[in-house]
Ligand binder design. Structure first.
Ligand SMILES: [Zn+2]
Length: 359
């Protein structure tokens, strides 16, 4: 029925546009989605943490939390994403003060290893691996020339999984290391790599990493998995050399797709805990001592790679709509450790300065 309606309204005009990008090019749709979102926020009740606890079940690995960014304990429940056949499910709330979206109850940090203990690397092969590496290349291009020449530079890939990015980093000449919580993935990474090394655990567990002095740290689809982002980002900041940068790729909580699909949004995956936007991520970076941040809009992997060929007017319309609305379904950010980093790498980018945080 939906399909018939769609045909009647749009014909075949947008058939070549990937599904996730169509809402950017259909006339007026993004304004409708924004209006729907405002309505949803007006309707969803805001409650105290005590009231929220009373009506919410707590799983064995879980704990109740307050807003990680501003500390407000009030809860505005918005979504209950649920996996296929109900295999998993969690609650997503919004902070009524700063707008941050997070899972509550959250996973207890000390139990995080349980999520990644078995077979996580099984997903990371074949077409999935090729698509991931394409995404890494496109993002590196978006922040050119940070990743152009790694010679003589140290790189840490935090949450390196099976080493798909470390492989590209070593090809570009970086002196690269990675850490991950999944022992299976780390073993797989070390089979794949020649010069770069992957380690099981956290940065503090590995002396070679704990000494710091990194020129680049990368977080590929990792930020949404971190239950204690402030602690982790303080650690990243301390591991960066003067002039160093932190590259982050994560799902965009301001995405029109989230506004359109709600609990069915593809950013609500099984192990995601927190959902950042271009509004909330700078708060995290400022509070952990970064000097600035720049975002690169995301137009969709196949569009950027040119495997989806769009007529020029349609392509222009997509770009304009992404830039004028949410910045795309993924958030791509480059965070600068200090002024030296802004001077060195901020040239072609729109850098947002982050005033020094007290305390
Ligand atoms: Zn907040």
């Amino acid at each position: 029925m939906k399909r018939v309606l769609y045909r009647a309204v749009y014909g075949s005009r947008y058939d070549r546009v990937p599904w996730g990008q169509r809402l950017y090019v259909r006339p007026g749709e993004r304004h409708v989605r924004q209006a729907q979102w405002r309505l949803r926020l007006r309707r969803a009740p805001v409650m105290t943490l005590a009231d929220y606890r009373e009506r919410t079940k707590l799983g064995e690995l879980e704990e109740f939390v307050t807003c990680h960014l501003c500390g407000d304990s009030r809860q505005q429940p918005l979504f209950t994403p649920t996996g296929p056949k109900g295999r998993w499910s969690y609650q997503v709330v919004r902070c009524p003060s700063c707008g941050f979206l997070y899972r509550n109850p959250n996973i207890r940090p000390e139990r995080l290893g349980d999520l990644y203990a078995n077979n996580y690397s099984a997903f990371l092969t074949g077409k999935y691996a090729a698509d991931r590496q394409r995404r890494y290349r496109l993002t590196m291009d978006a922040f050119h020339p940070v990743f152009a020449d790694g010679a003589g530079r140290r790189l840490l890939d935090f949450g390196c999984g099976a080493g798909l990015f470390l492989e590209l980093a070593e090809q570009r000449g970086f002196d690269a290391v990675g850490v991950d919580l999944s022992p299976d993935s780390v073993a797989e990474a070390n089979r794949r790599l020649t010069r770069a090394r992957a380690y099981h655990g956290t940065p503090e567990d590995v002396p070679e990493i704990a000494v710091g002095g990194f020129d680049v740290i990368t977080l590929w689809s990792v930020l949404a998995h971190l239950p204690r982002p402030l602690d982790d980002f303080r650690c990243f900041r301390s591991l960066l050399a003067p002039g160093g940068v932190l590259m982050i790729l994560t799902v965009n909580a301001a995405s029109l797709q989230l506004k359109a699909f709600g609990a069915g949004w593809n950013g609500f995956t099984k192990n995601h805990l927190m959902f950042y936007s271009a509004e909330t991520m700078p708060v995290l970076l400022r509070r952990t001592g970064f000097a600035g941040v720049a975002f690169a809009p995301f137009y969709g992997d196949t569009v950027e790679a040119g495997t989806t060929k769009l007529a020029e007017p349609l392509r222009r319309r997509l770009r304009r709509a992404v830039e004028a609305s949410d910045g795309g379904n993924m958030l791509r950010a480059l965070a600068f450790a200090d002024e030296e980093a802004v001077d060195r790498w901020g040239g072609g980018l729109k850098v947002r300065r982050l005033p020094k945080h007290e305390g």
